[in-house]
Design a protein around this ligand. Sequence first.
Ligand code: 26Q
Length: 821
Amino acid sequence: ENTQRFSSSPATVESFTSEFVRQLRYEQGVDLGFASSDDLYQALARTVRRYMIDNWLDTLSTQTAKGAKAVAYLSAEYLMGPQLPNALLATGLAEVARDSLAALGLDLDEIGATEVEPGLGNGGLGRLAACFIDSLATMDIPAVGYGIRYEYGIFRQTFVDGRQAEQPDPWLSKGSPWEFAHPDMAVEVGFHGHTERYTDAAGVERTRWVRGDCVLAVPYNYMVPGYGTKNVNTLRLWSAKATNAFDLQIFNAGDYEAAVRAQTVAENISKVIYPEDSTPQGKELRLKQQYFFVAASLADFINQTLPQGFDLTKIHERVTFQLNDTHPVIAIPELMRILVDERGIDWATAWDVTRKTFNYTCHTLLPEALEVWSVELLGRLLPRHLEIIFQINEEFLAEVRKAYPGDELRARRMSIIQEQPERAVRMAFLASIGSSKINGVAELHSQLLRDKVLNDFSELWPSKFTNVTNGVTPRRFLALSNPGLANLITEAIGEGWVKDLERLRELEPFAEDASFRSEFRAVKAANKERFVELIAQRDGIELPADAMYDVMVKRLHEYKRQMLKLLHVVTLYDRVLRGELRASDITPRVVTFGAKAAPGYKMAKEIIALINAVAKVVNHAPELQGRLQIAFPANYNVTLAEKLIPAADLSEQISLAGKEASGTGNMKFALNGALTIGTLDGANVEIYDLVGDEHFFLFGLTEPQVADVVDAGYKPGAYYEGNRSLKGAIDLIASGAFSNGDRNAFEFVLSDLLGKDRFLVLADYQAYVDAQDKVEVAYADQEAWSRSAILNVARTGFFSSDRSIQDYLDRIWHAKPQPVR
Ligand code: 26Q
């Protein structure tokens, strides 16, 4: 019945089939009988796409006609995941497509499996952006996502002798059927050069930036269909192309190689996503990427979206630019440059307007993750922007000195310019000063931003700070990824939950219903079977389907503490080896890891090698057969997440309290009926409060306790010496038991753990092992476990990204829905 809303074309099996065959023959130029699986995928995607285009164009014209306020989401990353299933869900064409293909002797799932996901993000931040644009479209908000069309997505992870090796991800090599290129709408973006003062015709002193070189930003549009609405929003990603003028000059001079080299330099800008998450390296190309997409996006919005001749001193009435972390923050001086230098608006007015136009979301608490750009580099690449930043800073510091007379220390602390170890621009400070609102991504995180990371700013401007707890889209992470559970829920409470996730509350009484619990277990069991099959095919890993699935999937980072999970596994093995634990007393368990490490992050890569080394031994230990197994499929991505999360029983959310800003995987697992073992960190705190203590395995130091332990001078070695079980596990690794007797193999990891242990793995070890013992007992009572699991589903509707977006609308954006009729 969903198809009715998409009235642009009658979506019958017959019409779908004829469009599909037409696409194949007359657009692809292949005969059905000779079509490769990629031919079939391309034709299918183009067929589905065709049913969204009219609504997309109607959405654009409705929104321009109304002149309503829009949201422009500026994000360097969008981790979209597979597009075909989402488009089929949104258009309601899934059944028609399946039947139509079946009539041609083809299988929808088989063709769908050909899709390569656009991996244009690293992890949580990029996936959040993808969830948010889904919710914005579903909620009929006029919104555009701006970003970069990286030619190579996040690297494909492989393991060579258990160690991570990175392969390129040429996701566009067969073309993307979902994109619309608009070379005609390209925007010029300048770099380098110098600034000069001049007097304009009216006799006013002005500044202009004489660009040194220039690249073209070519927009590629992608449809973002809302669910259960006609609205289809736009994701606009920019691709870099050399300008003609740029290489022609050199070409004419006869230096052909230099011409080609210049083209390569220009087009490298959107070549590849940086694979660091959280530890930014001050690389020039990265700053180029940031300015490139931000300058193109602002120019595009001002020149293409706002009406001709629009008075830019009112721009904040028509758009709010949301800064997804500091990556797009150079937009603030860029808008100032446009207003002051290009439009001749006076500085004070321009600054007032700019601050009303931007808002900033922070996604971290780690000091080393705060982005800074050296003054030298920024001044060379964007000389005018550096001048503007200096002027903003000068006026800001005057304000600080006025508010806190004589407090020179504070002024130095708050300066946008850091002096040590080198002069550099603190992007989080620039963002905070240039925005109306600053938000954290979970209650605890927002509180710590106010009290610690940005404390000086929250004292100066308390009302600037707010919280918007993250969320995830229930379309992709429940309706699409877990059809078994989705159907069970819909049978019980109707289908309203897909757009109103709080309605999951209505499931609470079903937790007491033995037959519902048994159906719920059947769904979980089927999801495990599905995952086991996939992993056999994908990775050649053999897994039992009738085991507890204990899952830890997220980027590899020390603060997330994959080591803690690993120490638990080693502890169980050590207990069995010592005869302290009978293997037959262990509940059969598959411990699943999924994690990419930043290629330059040595410790993370060593931890991956260690997990694989332990897996190799544990998985072959005769003592543990059928009891304990580690699965570490390479290349964890959205596609795998969608199959793995619905199969999970236990969700590992074990970061050190006060380090994980929010987490969003934690929400996906709870919504899919996994119980969480976790610390009071990020959004875990809110999950715990909502589901209740009996349905959550809480352990570990709290954030204030962590601060006390660290202040008292943390000595990890004391925990090792004082805990036989912990010592046993670490000694087993150090003995060479997982490295063919090589006692030095994991020295890098172990010496850090025993000497530094920045993230207090050893301090939380015993509490974690105790909590795991409780998991073991709880899982033995399957009726009680499934009751808890159902209550997790029923009580986590709050974590819909629709609710996050509503919070942004109420607290920050103040934009209104514009439904297409
Ligand atoms: C910056 C500069 C240069 C190169 C790379 C980067 C870079 C890229 C990606 C820095 C950080 C990221 C990603 C950060 C991230 O994913 N943070 C996570 O955001 C989630 C959504 O809010 C939270 O749930 C997680 O807690 C947070 O870690």
